[in-house]
Write a protein that binds this ligand. Structure first.
Ligand code: FES
Length: 631
């Protein structure tokens, strides 16, 4: 039997299989979850992969039907149809991966040189000589100046009283955690180098402010926290600042939801009074503290070892997190209170990290386009693209950017929480039992659920698939009206389509999609498409001029692009022009955490963006009304 190696990217899994095995089977054997709702018959088109290298069997008739000539030419194939005829390198797009695997690869890492604002320097104070009457703090400062050139070192006031005790306890051996924007000019920390080494090593220039913010025991190095503070979800990465590696990443629901689902409702709550504004601030800060504690516990560290945090969010989330006034965000011309990047003592914000730790907030662009968008532009590289690109960061608010020539045009649309499963009768978050992919043929409904658990509801990608499929089979018309069908019945709120009949579902209940659910999707997708169209109009372009559409955000990772095209959420371009990049805002926050150069770049990007306020734009209402149609 001839055996070949198949490399599945970006999962990074290599698998040996016999010649003639289908790629879908090889993926199953390798533990790579590929969506296959037709069971490998070559009809659903969900198992799309791209052959990067190697020899595979020629396209089958099923592939000719499902894939366009352009896709086939670009190497796209159906995993269930392709037979392995040599060693292969195969790229599995996020939309073809089942949810648990998508979460593993969520967010594309970008390699940048490590240049954090915080570094650690090992000191080893020699035993005190009899005639040495210098206080411990002075001995520490002298050692840091002599060995590393860290002169005129400021010391955080909260750390100051702890230094003598810690140095005594650790017999003079410690890692000094120092923060300074220009620390990269100084010699890198080296665990082998100690303050007992002879000879000064100084930076040529040392006129910038550097500050001692923490002292850690020998062998402990500072951590960083990158936070994407979303309206609905908060995602955080715990990062080792000496390697730039993510140690753990987690997400939680934003507890501010209790005060309103969208930013407008939260702004209204904050405007009720100081107490209400504080409630919102504390809810967000408390959630970030809890998340930091959870992430640290997972890797056996303490939140006090986090020396620096970077937080990105839309402008309203940013302001509520800092306790800044938000009333002006709720009224035209929707002015932000602050758009500049900020470096604040974390404790002043309420974050419980290292005694002198800082939180850095990336710049905002305008009242409704915030630092999360800047972070997304940073991590996707859209800001320097030479092609014409649209970027969508899909969330409760969807930010849209158009890169054309040297210009960056941006706007924000209120797309609502429907794709998070909210406002949808049987909507749910992406958890076991959620229908994530769906296909309707005549009266038959085929679906795939997360973890192959019995169906209990629909997550965002399932809802979009359902609307697209109902449109394809003619149950929905362009206006979203439901036509007669054996599965359509009259429910309490109007017509509804039964996807999973009573008794077939996980908890015995049925799963339906109602006319009202379809309306929610029309509003959400209409807002996004109208935003895209206004930007294209502003630049004098049409959709065909776009070389690429980058889709970011948690839902953006899960969405089936074919369904998004079918319902008209995005322009009808070949699927090969779409790229799904996961939580790009969190990735941008991480870049800013590990590199001060990236922070400077973020500032430049924010200045470069030309913001278009859609509520003032005469084109928006017409475009929105038009984009509500399903097509
Ligand atoms: Fe390949 Fe459905 S599993 S097309």
């Amino acid at each position: 039997m001839v055996i070949y190696q198949v490399d599945f990217e970006p999962i990074g899994r290599r698998h040996a299989c016999a010649r003639g095995t289908t790629l879908l089977e090889a993926a199953r054997q390798a533990g790579v979850g590929i969506v296959s709702i037709c069971g490998g018959r070559g009809t659903c088109g969900h198992c799309r992969v791209r052959i990067l290298d190697g020899l595979a069997s020629p396209p089958t008739g099923a592939e000719d039907k499902v894939l366009s000539a352009e896709e086939l030419a670009a190497g796209y194939r159906l995993a269930c149809q392709v037979e392995v005829l040599s060693d292969l390198r195969v790229h599995v797009p996020p939309a073809s991966l089942t949810t648990p695997q998508r979460i593993q690869v969520e967010g594309r890492e970008l390699a940048v040189p490590l240049q954090p604002a915080v570094r650690s320097y090992k000191v080893e104070l020699p035993p005190r000589a009899a005639q040495d009457l210098r206080p411990e703090i002075t001995r520490l400062r002298d050692a840091l100046a002599r060995v590393y050139g860290l002169e005129r070192l400021a010391i955080d006031g909260r750390l100051l009283p702890r230094i003598p005790l810690r140095l005594q306890e650790w017999a003079g051996v410690a890692n000094a955690v120092v923060r300074g924007e220009s620390l990269s000019l100084l010699p890198d920390h080296s665990p082998a180098l100690s303050a007992t080494d002879c000879g000064p090593r100084r930076a040529e220039e040392n006129s910038y402010r550097i500050e001692l913010i923490d002292l850690l025991p020998d062998g402990r190095f500072p951590l960083g926290l990158a936070v994407d503070l979303g309206t609905t979800k908060i995602a955080a990465h715990l990062v080792d600042l000496t390697t730039g590696e993510t140690l753990e990443a987690r997400g939680v629901m934003n507890p501010q939801i209790a005060y309103g689902e969208d930013v407008i409702a939260r702004i209204a709550h904050a405007m009720e009074g100081e107490e209400q504004a504080q409630e919102l601030r504390q809810a967000a800060v408390g959630a970030v503290n809890d998340l930091a504690g959870e992430l640290c516990a997972l890797v056996g560290r303490a939140p006090e070892e986090i020396a620096e945090a970077v937080v990105v969010g839309n402008t309203a989330m940013h302001h509520l997190f800092l306790g800044l006034p938000v009333s002006q965000l709720g009224l035209a011309p929707y002015l932000a209170a602050v758009i500049d990047p900020l470096d604040l003592k974390a404790r002043d914000v309420g974050l419980e990290i290292a005694p002198g730790g800082y939180v850095h907030l990336l710049p905002n662009i305008a009242g409704f386009v915030g630092a999360d968008h800047v972070a997304m532009l940073l991590s996707t590289g859209i800001y320097r693209a030479e092609e014409t690109v649209v970027g969508l960061d899909i969330g409760t608010n969807t930010e849209v950017v158009l890169r054309v020539g040297e210009r960056l045009l941006a706007c924000s649309t209120a797309s609502g929480p429907a794709f998070e499963g909210a406002h949808i009768r049987d909507g749910m978050r992406a958890a076991p039992g959620a229908i994530e992919r769906l296909r309707i043929t005549d009266t038959n409904v085929e679906y795939q659920t997360i973890d192959d658990a019995p169906p209990v509801g629909l997550c965002g990608s399932g809802i979009l698939d359902a609307v697209a499929q109902l449109l394809e089979v003619g149950v929905l018309d362009e206006r979203g009206t439901m036509q007669e069908h054996p599965r359509v019945r009259r429910g309490k709120g109007g017509p509804e389509f039964v996807l999973v009949a009573q008794g077939e579902g996980g908890d015995g209940r049925e799963v339906v999609i109602t006319r009202a659910d379809v309306g929610e999707i029309q509003l959400a997708k209409g807002a996004m498409r109208a935003g895209i169209n206004v930007l294209l109009d502003e630049a004098g372009l049409s959709a065909e001029d776009l070389d690429q559409i980058v889709i970011a955000g948690a839902f953006g990772t899960y969405v089936d692009v074919g369904s998004a095209v079918t319902v008209g959420m995005v322009p009808p371009l070949p699927l090969s022009r779409f790229v799904q990049v996961g939580n790009a805002a969190a990735m941008g926050a991480k870049l800013a955490l590990i590199s001060t150069e990236q922070r400077a770049l973020a500032e430049e990007i924010a200045r470069q963006v030309e913001y278009i306020e859609l509520t003032n734009d005469s084109r928006f209402v017409g475009q929105f009304t038009e984009a509500m149609f399903l097509r």
